[in-house]
Design a protein around this ligand. Sequence first.
Ligand code: NAD
Length: 381
Amino acid sequence: MNKNPEITLTFGVLNEASAEESRVAITPESAARLLKVGIQPAVETDAGLKAGFQNADFETAGVKVLPKSEILSKSDIVGYIGLPDAKTISAQKKGSFAIGLFNSLLNKDIAGQFEGAQVTALDINLLPRKLSKAQSMDVMTSQASVAGYKAVLLAANEYPGFFPMMTTAAGTIKPASVLILGAGIAGLQAIGTAKRLGAITTAYDVRPASKEEVLSLGAKFLDLASFGGPDLSAGQGEGGYARQLTAEEMAAQQAAVDKAAAQFDIIIATAQVPGRKPPVLLTKAGVDGLKRGSVIIDVAASSLGGNVEGSKPEKTVLTPNGVKIIGAPNLPSSAPKTASNLLARNISDIVSHFVSEGKLVVKAGDELEVLAISGKKQEVK
Ligand code: NAD
């Protein structure tokens, strides 16, 4: 007996491969999940090549391989990774859906662009992550894990020394000391990876709850108070996230981080506050105080600025005192196969959630209704 329901919808994904992007928002594995809920998957020709998926791999999994114009004109829902341009949005079918990491709290125009094209856009960045149902849909978590892991590998490659301690006939090699700023999903993964490579690992986060998590991974927690830092015991924000610090707290934090940073060889910064510009944790004074050969990876680097003064997204800046600042906002793209598998699984679960009686519907009162930043919601009768 064929357990798959009748196919009534099409989910299409474009080729977003560029110098900065190697991921794809569908994989043969996620395609099987879509087919199971009555969705025909489609992918633009060659979209998976950089992530290691051939057109034939998709065809074998039942995915239609089509040119871009057909993906846009035929799909009931289009999956995006990067922000689509106005031309792409307007080429989507009227009444269709779009799903992606639109970061609509920062990208103020995007909702209006989809609205103008009569497309219902679902912004994954608005996922209510505390919902147990949302765990398998959480793109921010899955991609942050990849970013934390790769940040450490990148640092290890760029650092002119070793991470682990080693005793050799020619003498003992001192281990590298790593400071991880921000101990959320990416930071915790970075701690685990740095420890596995043998570095002396210390971490810092503004949320009081994070100290225990850091210690449980066998890392040290940086006590900023001993460097004159602010008392942030009320540092927890809404929903377990960091709150925005006051200007005075921020200044005191920066001064203390700048001072503390001088004892580390490698700094990995992953601190964010959802929907806001990343906080500057390490200023130019702090960078200037680092040892020659030190490496900074700013995972929070963005066009709005990052956690480290002087970092530039996708660029390596070599300071006059010989410190490398690497702006690395798109690290998941450097492990494109794993990152795509996780991302595509997350997206297929969100899409499947909105399928009802062969249609895509965002019902008023649905627990994921908040994702819709444009388009009409349907009242439940
Ligand atoms: P994020 O990417 O928004 O931020 C990364 C980290 O930076 C956070 O830990 C944050 O506290 C920290 N940070 C922000 N401002 C800072 C500052 N000024 N100084 C130092 N650190 C600063 O967060 P995230 O990694 O997505 O997760 C944050 C929290 O949410 C974690 O506790 C995580 O476990 C939790 N979370 C829970 C769920 C769930 O319940 N299902 C899902 C995802 C995340």
